[in-house]
Design a protein. Structure first.
Length: 267
C-alpha cells in the first residue's frame, strides 16, 4: 500500500520543552506539522487539541492518534493509571492523564508510549534500524532516555526501560569544575554526567558552546561507552542509534565507539 492510500494518522511528540504534532499517512507523506511550547499541562494539551481539530478540518478525519511522550509513563493497559505521565520531575505535570484527554476529544484509538520507544519503532520501520533487532535508540538531550525493541516489539515490562539512569563508574581524574553526578536520584548515573544540563553544570559552559576539542567530550564519551557496554552485554543489540541535541557534536560518535571497544576489552 502506498502512503497515499494509507489511513491518515495524527502524531504527537511531547517533549519537556516543546510539543511537535503532525498529520499524515507515513514519513513520506506528512501533510502538516506544528510546534507548541510546553507550558502547563492544561494550556499545552488544549493548544495541541486545537491544532489537531484544525488539521482534521483541513486534511480530513484521522483514524488514530500516536503519542510519544516524556515520562515516566504508565503504559500498562490493565492499570488504573494507564495513559498518565506519572512521577515526572517536571513541575505541574505529575499524574497528567494524556490518553483520556485525547480520547475524550477525538474518539479514535490512541497509541501511547515513551518518546524514545516511539523513536526506536520509527527507526526500525523506516530509518537507521531497519532489519536490526534487538534495536536500541538513545537520546542525549535535556535528559538521557532509551527505547528498546526486541523480537519486533517495544519493551515495556514492569515499567519501561530507563537507560539514562544506568549506573556507571564515576569518571576518574575529572577536570570538570563540578565533578559530581548531577542526577537528583543517583550517585553515579549516565544522565547525571552527560545530559545537556549536567554538562553545563559540570563544565561551567553550555554543551553547545563547548569547543569540539574540549576534554569534556572525552569524558562524556567514556561515560557513554560504559553505558553502551552494559547494554551490549545485557541485550545483545544489533544496532544502537544515538540521537538528541548533545549528539549533534560530530566528534562524539567515533569517541564513544572507541571507548565502548576499549571497555569491552576484546570480550
Ligand atoms: P529535548 O531533550 O528537550 O528533546 P534536545 O534533544 O534538543 O531536546 O536536547 C537539548 C539539550 O541538548 C540542551 O541541553 C542543549 O544544551 C543540548 N544541545 C543542543 N544542541 C547541541 C549541540 N550542538 N551540541 C551540544 N549540545 C547541544
Ligand atoms: Zn539517575
Amino acid at each position: 500500500m502506498s502512503d497515499q492510500q494509507a489511513p491518515l494518522i495524527a502524531a504527537i511528540e511531547m517533549g519537556g520543552t516543546k510539543i511537535v504534532c503532525g498529520i499524515g499517512t507515513g514519513p513520506h507523506d506528512i501533510r502538516a506539522t506544528h510546534r507548541i511550547d510546553t507550558t502547563t499541562p492544561e494550556e499545552t494539551l488544549e493548544s495541541t487539541s486545537r491544532w489537531l481539530s484544525r488539521a482534521k478540518t483541513e486534511h480530513g478525519q484521522f483514524s488514530a492518534i500516536g503519542i510519544g511522550s516524556f515520562g515516566p509513563l504508565d503504559l500498562n493497559p490493565k492499570s488504573e493509571g494507564y495513559g498518565l505521565i506519572t512521577t515526572t520531575p517536571k513541575p505541574g505535570w505529575q499524574q497528567t492523564d494524556v490518553v483520556t484527554f485525547f480520547k475524550n476529544r477525538f474518539r479514535v484509538p490512541i497509541g501511547f508510549d515513551t518518546d524514545v520507544n516511539a523513536a526506536v519503532l520509527a527507526e526500525y520501520l523506516w530509518g537507521a534500524g531497519q532489519g536490526m533487532d534487538p534495536l536500541i535508540y538513545i537520546t542525549v538531550g535535556t535528559g538521557v532516555g532509551g527505547g528498546v525493541l526486541v523480537n519486533g516489539q517495544l519493551v515495556h515490562g514492569a515499567m519501561h526501560p530507563e537507560i539514562g539512569h544506568l549506573a556507571v563508574p564515576p569518571p576518574t581524574n575529572s577536570a570538570a569544575v563540578q565533578r559530581e553526578c548531577q542526577c537528583p536520584y543517583h550517585k553515579s548515573c549516565v544522565e547525571g554526567y552527560v545530559c545537556g544540563p549536567a554538562i553545563a553544570k559540570r563544565w561551567g559552559v553550555r554543551a553547545d558552546m563547548l569547543p569540539m576539542d574540549h576534554p569534556a567530550w572525552e569524558e562524556i564519551a567514556d561515560v557513554m561507552g560504559h553505558a553502551l557496554m552494559n547494554l551490549c552485554l545485557t541485550l545483545s543489540p544489533k544496532r544502537i542509534i544515538l540521537g538528541g541535541g548533545v549528539m549533534e557534536q560530530p566528534q562524539l560518535i567515533p569517541l564513544i565507539r572507541g571507548r565502548l571497544i576499549h571497555h569491552l576489552n576484546g570480550y
